[in-house]
Design a protein around this ligand. Structure first.
Ligand SMILES: *Cc1c(COP(=O)(O)O)cnc(C)c1O
Length: 374
């Protein structure tokens, strides 16, 4: 089965009794054991969740997937693979919640982390210590759209017997499959492109490694950050149009990246689809297209928030990956908790804007941007 067919059918065979084409929503906390022993209690397993997990595994080319109540639920569950005294190398341009959990919570459990620009493979090699047990990657990153070489990094991680993890939220499985590049675990915030309609929170872990799957399945039940059957059903419904949506996200983002690059109010555009973008070469190797996320810098950072208020179609909001276009100012919104000095060092300047390009009519989006930038 090819990708778009899997998205619609995998894990969702018609109900054997009624022939229902759509997977039922099993709203139940427990199961009678009179006639079966497969299902005991809904924290451990639920048939609607099973359908979603099978579907997600197929989309990433994995053996198994686990679903969670949020992306952070998937991430915290992944971190149960670590023990006191372990060390983790994390991409420096990571999702804010990941930065927060490593610096504010894991540290207290005796787990040390190093934040690093993973584009420099020599630096990555040098950062490994005997106790380094995990390499945490994102590509493209948030918000600077840096692209890292997942295949090369997976090789380095394996040589040090560390677990390689890639948060694949920005690309979605439609554009990039890290397991096929040798990565051990793929993480998703299904809140974003997979569900795609900005109406729920969800997360997932996908893997080909049976040893990790077994431990993580245990932790899924033990920690309990599991999704509701209704959210699983909505996510399955969203996924059916993922391939179509991603094509349109990419078309719109490619057109608007070019528009912004030529705009006199804009000094820089970060989008791996632009031929002169520093990430273009590696992105071309490991992604099918370049995605719906981009960021850009205004020449004049003053009044940036006022400018965003002039937008009529594009909404100023956090989050990404939905059908609607969302724009945000990392310095005062998603990355406000990162100290200014560190932010600027990373390139998250006061003039930087992150744009989740939706699937609206691209002319309306372009006119809207013109309104805010002129
Ligand atoms: C949103 C996001 C998360 C966290 O997911 P939630 O569903 O909000 O908990 C993790 N990683 C990335 C890249 C994200 O964009």
């Amino acid at each position: 089965m090819r990708f778009a067919t899997k998205a619609i059918h995998f894990g969702q065979e018609p109900d054997p009794r009624t022939g229902a084409v759509t997977a039922p929503i099993y709203m139940t906390s427990t199961y009678s054991r009179k006639t079966q022993d497969e299902y005991a209690y809904a924290r451990g397993a639920n048939p609607t969740r099973d359908a979603l997990q099978k579907n997600l595994a197929a989309l990433e080319g994995g053996e198994a997937a686990l679903s969670f109540s949020s992306g952070m639920g998937a991430i915290t569950t992944t971190l149960t693979l670590l023990q006191k005294g372990d060390h983790v190398i994390v991409t420096d341009d990571c999702y804010g919640g990941v930065y927060r959990i490593f610096t504010r919570i894991m540290k207290g459990y005796g787990i040390d982390s190093t934040f690093l620009d993973l584009r420099d493979l020599v630096d990555v090699e040098d950062a490994f210590r005997p106790e380094t047990k995990m390499l945490w990657m994102e590509s493209p990153t948030n918000p600077l759209m840096k692209v890292v070489d997942l295949r090369e990094l997976a090789v380095i991680s394996k040589a040090h017997e560390a677990i390689s993890v890639c948060d694949n939220t920005f690309a979605s499985p439609a554009l990039q499959n890290p397991l096929g590049l040798g990565v051990d675990l793929v993480i998703h915030s299904t809140t974003k492109y997979l569900n795609g309609h900005a109406d729920l929170l969800g997360g997932a872990i996908v893997t080909n490694r049976a040893d990790l799957q077994e431990k993580l399945k245990f932790s899924q039940n033990a920690l309990g950050a599991v999704p509701s059957p209704f959210d699983c059903w909505l996510t399955l419904r969203g996924i059916k149009t993922l391939p179509l949506r991603m094509e349109r996200h990419c078309d719109n983002a490619e057109a608007l990246a070019r528009f912004l690059k030529d705009h006199k109010a804009v000094s820089n555009v970060h989008y791996p689809g632009l031929p002169d973008d520093p990430g273009h070469r590696v992105a071309k190797k490991q992604m099918r297209r370049f995605g719906g996320m981009l960021s850009f810098e205004l020449r004049e950072a003053a009044k940036i928030v006022d400018r965003l208020r002039r937008l009529e179609v594009i909404l100023p909001a956090e989050s990404l990956g939905g059908v609607e276009s969302l724009i945000e100012h990392p310095a005062t919104m998603t990355h406000a908790s990162v100290p200014k000095e560190q932010r600027e060092r990373q390139g998250i300047t006061d003039g930087l804007i992150r744009f989740s390009v939706g699937i609206e009519d691209v002319e309306d989006l372009q006119e809207d941007l013109e309104r805010a930038l002129s």
